[in-house]
Design a protein. Structure first.
Length: 180
């Protein structure tokens, strides 16, 4: 059983909550009060942890480095922070397989449709199930659900439609502007 700790950090898309244990990240997501009405991005905002938290923790260090590379280096970070195997493990379930496939096969600056991702994850007819997996994704940004779009080129809903402006901002950040 994992002893889960948490930290909050600043980022260009607002404050992020990070849950983790000694084995890796359990989740990373924007704080719950961020939505389309309250979203105020700040592209130059540095990645800093709010105290109190163990700033010298290797899991938090790798997460901060990843976020800093993602937001400020303008490229897809090469080294993914360690993800706890109790949360995601390749082949454990269709949902986890979708997350793992998205993480490993859809690089920075690219998009994929729900149907294409279903096919890559091993179930051609499961586009709707991919949508459910995206809604349940515990690793915002790291498992890049913002890169999954509808087959008609529309962006689709992000965070159940509550944070569509965040998805638009992230796609523009990655210079993906051909979505409707």
């Amino acid at each position: 059983m994992c002893e889960v700790l948490s930290a909050i950090c600043t980022s260009p898309i607002g404050r992020l909550t990070i849950s983790y244990c000694l084995q890796g990240l359990h989740s990373i997501s924007q704080i719950s009060t961020i939505n389309d009405r309250s979203f105020l991005p700040h592209a130059n905002q540095s990645i800093e942890y709010e105290l109190p938290c163990d700033i010298d923790d290797p899991i938090l260090d790798s997460c901060r480095e990843w976020l800093d590379d993602y937001f400020h280096a303008g490229v897809h970070p090469i080294k993914t922070p360690k993800l706890c195997p109790t949360v995601i493990m390749k082949g454990n379930s269709f949902q986890e397989n979708v997350w793992y496939t998205l993480l490993k096969r859809v690089p920075f600056g690219h998009v994929i449709t729900y149907g294409e991702l279903a096919k890559l994850a091993g179930n051609t007819g499961a586009a709707r199930a991919v949508g459910t997996a995206m809604r349940r994704n515990p690793f915002q940004l790291i498992v890049p659900c913002h890169r999954v779009i509808c087959s008609n080129g529309k962006k689709g809903n992000y965070a159940g439609g509550e944070r569509n402006s965040v998805k638009v901002w992230l796609l523009k950040h990655e210079q993906i502007e051909n979505c409707k």
